[in-house]
Ligand binder design. Structure first.
Ligand SMILES: C[S@@+](CC[C@H](N)C(=O)[O-])C[C@H]1O[C@@H](n2cnc3c(N)ncnc32)[C@H](O)[C@@H]1O
Length: 214
């Protein structure tokens, strides 16, 4: 089986596991995972124009209306529903390994195009500079988010937005389990893209939006 085949199998098993078993899986992973490096600091100059928002729904109201949008990782489709309602996109591309749990009204919306499969091959298949916003919310591991960010960045239009959900670093002494913060900070520092929105969230799993320079 190829690496991609193993990865798909792992994702399918993770989805199918009951929640109680998932806890043991995560504990087992904690025991073997390497300590993550500290994330690099995003320079202050990239944060000067950032708007602090009470939640991610406020961000949707401030993003471009009527454009072309992608959500990477859709699950049950609740945020896709919000994107459709708040941004009124002309086209909403949804990418997920399966849409079996996604709500029917989202899948039936004529503006929605679904892409069943892994995130990176989907992003790589898209034309450069074709999205007003790409929302990344799939695999939250450091390497996976890093790969999604690198594949998504050239697909964002100049002046468009690359948004990451669950901008968090969950680290126990010696263990690292949630790598979105690490991957996004690395991407922000290497790309120089300014931070446009930072959205609070009740579980401190924040959204962060970077804007591709025009
Ligand atoms: C946190 S959920 C998305 C939640 C959704 N964005 C929302 O806010 O309502 C993550 C989803 O990403 C999908 N996923 C995980 N890894 C993926 C990958 N490598 N490629 C595509 N989809 C993936 C999972 O199947 C799951 O449905």
């Amino acid at each position: 089986m190829t690496n991609e085949g193993f990865y798909r199998l792992e994702l399918a098993l993770r989805r199918a596991m009951p929640e109680s078993f998932k806890k043991f899986w995560r504990l087992g992973r904690l025991a073997v995972q390497a300590v993550p490096a500290s994330a690099p600091q995003i320079p202050q100059a990239q944060l000067e124009g950032c708007q602090l928002l009470t939640n991610r729904y406020e961000m949707l109201r401030r993003l471009p209306q009527g454009g072309v949008v992608a959500e990477i990782g859709t699950y049950q489709g609740s945020f896709a529903r919000c994107i459709l309602d708040a941004m009124a996109p002309a086209r909403l591309h949804l990418a997920d390994i399966t849409f079996s749990l996604c709500r029917a009204d989202v899948l039936a919306d004529p503006r929605v195009e679904r892409h069943e499969g892994l995130s990176v091959p989907f992003l790589q298949s898209c034309a450069d500079a074709s999205f007003d916003m790409i929302y990344v919310d799939a695999d939250h591991g450091h390497e996976a988010v890093r790969a999604d960010a690198l594949a998504a960045a050239p697909k964002v239009k100049p002046g468009g937005y690359l948004v990451f959900n669950d901008f968090a670093r969950i680290v126990r002494p010696g263990f690292g389990v949630l790598g979105v913060h690490q991957a996004v900070c690395e991407f922000a520092v290497s790309s120089g893209w300014p931070v446009a929105f930072f959205c609070l969230e009740s579980e401190a799993l924040y959204d962060i939006a970077l804007r591709r320079p025009a």
